[in-house]
Ligand binder design. Structure first.
Ligand code: DP6
Length: 361
């Protein structure tokens, strides 16, 4: 099995003068959440997510060889300079440098864009870092054409993790596990792996409509958020629970039991927020409309027998999850009832997708 030491590049022959690559990488939504980490972007507990299809980042690299011995880059967002993003990208390059020393012999022009509206409150770090990692791996592959596909995608996930933990789950589809877990063969703290069992057909094209309740800047950055789990009074119980929930959801994803799916997924979302409410300092990231939506989902479910449920990220937006066969009814419910609780009635329709893919080379 591949591990950290295998990911250190030994390339010394920089036989690429110029190259261009372009990758599209999706966002993902965690079912069992990553919240808390150790040094070097190692998660405190394993997590599992649906890879999304429509919410994605498209990033182009134009690369030119240099003799600097130091990487340099220019960052464009939708074709225009975006100095605010430089720090994150620079940090990504610094973190991957020890595994990709060849980057120091290139200048990178990076042009990136998201398919979802800017400042929609949807975190673009997962899709954004995954797209950077894919482009870096295209360069590594150009320098070392013998590389296997398996290595290409594993190292891409490894590098994406260094940029943002959840990004390592945005390389492959349609369900990805990140973090060592006893019942997931070949699972690793260092990269995401595809869910190893056959996914029950109930989850085929599973729908995720993202209700944009609050489009502002994140109130708590993920770095601050993960730090709150250090010395958190319930940390150990939470990390143990994540292992148990991952075992339980593995069975559910195999047998298609949607009632059990709902219990695990909604409990995970509320636990994530409970962790924030019980940390020091404490935060409430839900808004009144988040709670209103949750209550309306619960009452719709009890009235209709629908299997619709919700999950949350570290913010006020609500991901509404439902089987493809309920698309018509739940879409009507969202249009008629839930959209009123979104900023400007805005929401994004998405579904489970296949992972990153290359657009041009
Ligand atoms: C609540 O991956 O954004 O979305 O590793 O610090 O970049 P960093 O954190 P990030 O954390 C995401 C946390 C979450 C849950 C999840 O996606 O599992």
């Amino acid at each position: 099995m591949l591990s950290e030491k295998d990911f250190t590049s030994t390339i010394t022959d920089y036989n690429v003068e110029k190259a261009s690559f372009q990758w599209s990488s999706p966002s993902n939504i965690a079912l069992v959440k990553y919240w808390g980490k150790k040094d070097n972007q190692i998660p405190a507990n394993p997590s599992i997510s649906f890879t999304l299809n429509n919410c994605k980042t498209i990033t182009k690299f134009d690369i030119q060889q240099t003799n600097d011995g130091n990487f340099t880059f220019e960052l464009l967002f939708e074709g225009k300079p975006k100095p605010e993003f430089n720090k994150k990208v620079n940090q990504f390059f610094l973190r991957i440098e020890q595994y990709c020393s060849y980057i120091n012999y290139f200048h990178f022009v990076i042009d990136t864009q998201n398919t979802f509206p800017h400042s929609s409150g949807i975190a673009s770090s997962a899709s954004g870092m995954a797209a950077l990692a894919m482009n870096i791996m295209s360069l590594e592959k150009a320098l070392n054409p013998d590389m296997t596909d398996e290595f290409f995608y594993k190292k891409a996930s490894f590098l994406a993790r260094l940029g943002s933990g959840s990004a390592c789950r945005s390389i492959k589809g349609n369900v990805v596990v990140w973090g060592k877990h006893d019942e997931i063969a070949n699972s690793s703290d260092e990269f995401g792996v595809e869910f190893p069992s056959q996914l029950h057909e109930n989850f085929k094209n599973y729908q995720d409509t993202i209700l944009l309740v609050d489009k502002g800047e994140k109130q708590v950055s993920s770095t601050v958020g993960h730090d709150l789990m250090h010395n958190h009074p319930f940390a150990k119980q939470r990390f143990d629970q994540a292992h148990e929930n991952l075992s339980a959801i593995k069975t559910v994803l195999e047998n298609g039991n949607l009632d059990e799916f709902i219990k695990i997924v909604e409990s995970e979302a509320l636990t994530l927020h409970a962790m924030m409410m019980t940390s020091m300092p404490y935060f409430i990231l839900m808004k009144p409309n988040t709670l209103e939506i949750i209550n309306r989902i619960w009452s719709f479910r009890s009235k209709t027998g629908s299997k619709v449920c919700f999950t949350l990220d570290a913010g006020a937006n609500v991901h509404v999850l439902f089987p493809e066969r309920e698309k018509e009814e739940v879409s009507k419910f969202i249009d008629n009832e839930l959209s009123a609780y979104c900023k400007n009635n805005e929401f994004i329709k998405d579904q489970v997708g296949l992972g990153a893919f290359q657009l041009t080379s």
